[in-house]
Design a protein around this ligand. Structure first.
Ligand code: FE2
Ligand code: FE2
Length: 282
């Protein structure tokens, strides 16, 4: 089944699976959003029902990918499970600061990032003749697409009621980089595992700096920030900053990708060994 999937794509798929498998961390995060949490574990508020429903749906992603990789027989499942265990142990702080505004901006961004990433793995799998993986990834990307819509809708409602509040938070979060949930991953062997994995994701085109710029652009357009009215001078400045951001990021991304491309042509960097695939290089 997975025999036609090249090792670099396999590595990206494993990284994506590890990210999905750290779901306890994300459910914990949702429950830090003040007023939008599930204080008893069976609370009947809409937020609590959403957060449990979301978690149960997300739970399928890691399960399905894990089974696919296990049955494919090409990965070192022990190393992968060790990575998952470490990642959950290490935790993750996306700077939501208990604030649902920040939380929903973050999840609006991140669900779209996962949709793009799973979607691209699926497309590449199809190109390599692996139809079942293509189907699996398309299904997961579809779930992420619905999650993305929900979180963007929540943010849109906040924007209607408190435009300055949301703008301020969005701009503040964009001044830092949006952190990726898998940044703390380690297999106990390679201290640069996350960087090596992101490098392969970038090289295969599964998730690149251009996608980062595209996501910001999508959010700015989706929330129609350009035509937002009735905000103060300070918030207007933040709004203008946000509207200019996609272009700025795109230029930076293009420049750095071109530079890298040229450097790679001059002297290709050595492929990195991944314990996840028994030390084969990707
Ligand atoms: Fe997911
Ligand atoms: Fe999701």
């Amino acid at each position: 089944m997975a025999a036609t999937v090249p090792d670099d794509l396999l590595v990206v798929l494993i990284g994506d699976m590890v990210t999905e498998e750290a779901l306890p961390t994300y459910q914990t995060l949702l429950n830090t959003f003040e007023g939008c949490d599930d204080p008893t574990g069976t609370s009947d508020s809409a937020w609590a029902r959403w957060s449990r429903g979301w978690t149960s749906e997300e739970n399928r992603h890691g399960d399905l990918l894990n089974k696919y990789l296990y049955l494919g027989g090409r990965c070192n499942m022990r190393s992968i499970e060790v990575t998952i265990q470490h990642l959950i142990t290490n935790g993750f702080n996306p700077q939501a600061k208990k604030d649902p505004y920040r939380g929903f901006v973050y999840t609006s961004f991140q669900e779209r990032a996962t949709k793009i990433s799973h979607g691209n793995v699926g497309k590449l799998a199809r190109q390599h003749g692996e139809k079942s993986l293509a189907r699996i990834c398309a299904q997961i990307a579809g779930d992420e697409g619905r999650h993305e819509k929900a979180y963007q809708k929540f943010s849109e409602e906040i924007l209607k009621r408190d435009p300055e509040g949301l703008i301020t938070v969005f701009a503040d979060m964009m001044r830092g980089m949006i952190s990726m949930p898998a940044e703390q991953m380690t297999d106990g062997v390679n201290p640069n595992l996350y960087l090596d994995f992101s490098e392969v994701a970038q090289r295969t085109g599964v998730y690149t700096a251009l996608d980062y710029a595209d996501i910001i652009e999508h959010l700015v357009k989706r929330w129609d920030l350009e035509n937002l009215e009735g905000i103060s001078g300070e918030a207007e400045k933040e709004r203008d900053y946000l509207c200019r951001l996609p272009d700025r990021y795109r230029k930076l991304a293009e420049r750095s990708m071109n530079k890298k491309k040229k450097a790679t042509e001059d002297s290709p960097p050595p492929a990195k060994a991944f314990e996840w695939i028994y030390g084969r290089a990707a």
